[in-house]
Ligand binder design. Structure first.
Ligand code: PEP
Ligand code: MN
Length: 349
């Protein structure tokens, strides 16, 4: 295992001098770099001189250099995230959950209701999605709701129901964990722990799910950059838990026609930057069942390793996220439409 310190040390910096910096100022920077124990590498351009800092450093060690006379700015060359980067591990990470392989050739579809509402609703939905070949069931026991007056989920009771379905139907289960104190409990009932968009930067939660050793599906915050998502993943990876799956679920933009805006280009960007599996949640991204299919297909075409889709037998009666839930029959239709698409991009479904 790589320690945090070893990871932290691998920073490379370039110091860009002002265009009118004098040779003395350049020399001053070089001397400081040496004094700090690093090797300077001076490169003189037509207009500007840059000084590369070679050696393992922590960002705060080099920060004072920016204040030296003649220095214009500094550029960090290496990425701020390490363990999640392709530089660190060029080959795709495969997260295996009971025979389901995230990040491998298969296109993995996770489906189920937003929330566990009752035993009958859970079983009905689970059977319907299982009959389409879906092997991973989603359903929230603890729901992060915008309003404290909205349905908050059935909590522990829902976890027990998920356990029954998991055993009864032989499906894997993913459910959200909202707080660090609940990680141990939820991990006893779920195969994958979901960290929701609103908790993407709940660092103590990230560390706790990391320490659980359980596979984690980390959703992108609605206002988070791709780099911030990767930094959050880094918190989990840094605990030694490499079973991290990322999920693009729509970001907040000025557009109001959809609930969020699916950042489809996040898929190729993430696949380029990180070795971790990348999923797309077209349900929260669009917020309207009518658009879920198109967004799901776009995600597959863009190279997503899988999808997470909300399904409800009677969306009109759903206690949360009904408008974006696909009816079971519509989900089955979508699955059959995804199959040739998966083949076209070299994946199996
Ligand atoms: C969910 O998956 O039901 C959910 C709450 O998602 P998000 O965290 O992306 O809003
Ligand atoms: Mn939901």
């Amino acid at each position: 295992m790589v320690t945090l310190l070893e990871v932290r040390e691998a920073q490379d910096m370039i110091i860009v001098m002002k265009s009118h910096a004098t040779p003395e100022e350049v020399h001053g920077v070089v001397r400081h770099v040496c004094d700090l124990g690093f090797k300077p590498h001076v490169s003189e351009g037509e207009e500007t001189t840059i000084v590369g800092v070679i050696g393992h450093s922590a960002p705060e060690q080099l920060a004072p250099l920016e204040f030296l006379p003649g220095v214009d700015h500094m550029v960090q060359v290496t990425k701020p995230y390490k363990l999640g980067s392709r530089d660190f591990r060029p080959r795709d990470t495969v997260v295996a959950v009971d025979g389901v392989r995230f990040g491998a050739d298969e296109l993995v579809v996770i489906a189920g209701p937003c929330a566990v509402e009752s035993e009958s609703q859970l079983w009905e939905t689970a059977k319907a999605v299982r009959d389409t070949g879906t092997r991973v069931l989603r359903a929230g026991a603890f729901k992060p709701r915008t309003s404290p007056y909205s349905f908050q989920g059935l909590g522990r009771q829902a976890l027990d129901m998920l356990d029954d379905v998991r055993r009864g139907l032989g499906m894997s289960v993913i459910t959200e964990v909202l707080s660090p104190e609940d990680v141990e409990l939820v991990a006893q009932h779920a195969d994958i722990l979901q960290v929701g968009a609103r908790n993407m930067q709940n660092f103590s939660l990230l560390q706790e799910v990391g320490r659980s050793g359980h596979p984690v599906l980390l959703k992108r915050g609605m206002s988070a950059t791709i780099e911030e998502l990767l930094m959050s993943a880094e918190y989990i990876l840094a605990t030694g838990n490499s079973n991290v799956i990322l999920c693009e679920r729509g970001i907040r933009t000025f557009e109001t026609a959809t609930r969020f805006t699916l950042d489809i280009s996040a898929v190729p960007v993430l696949k380029h930057s990180t070795h971790l599996p990348v999923l797309v949640d077209p349900s929260h991204a669009t917020g309207k069942w009518r658009f879920v299919g198109a967004a799901a297909k776009a995600a597959v075409a863009a190279g997503a390793d899988g999808l997470m889709i909300e399904v409800h037998p009677r969306p009109a009666e759903a206690l949360s996220d009904g408008p974006q839930a696909l009816r079971c029959d519509r989900f089955a239709t979508l699955m059959s439409e995804l199959a040739p698409l998966a083949t076209a991009v070299g994946r199996t479904l």
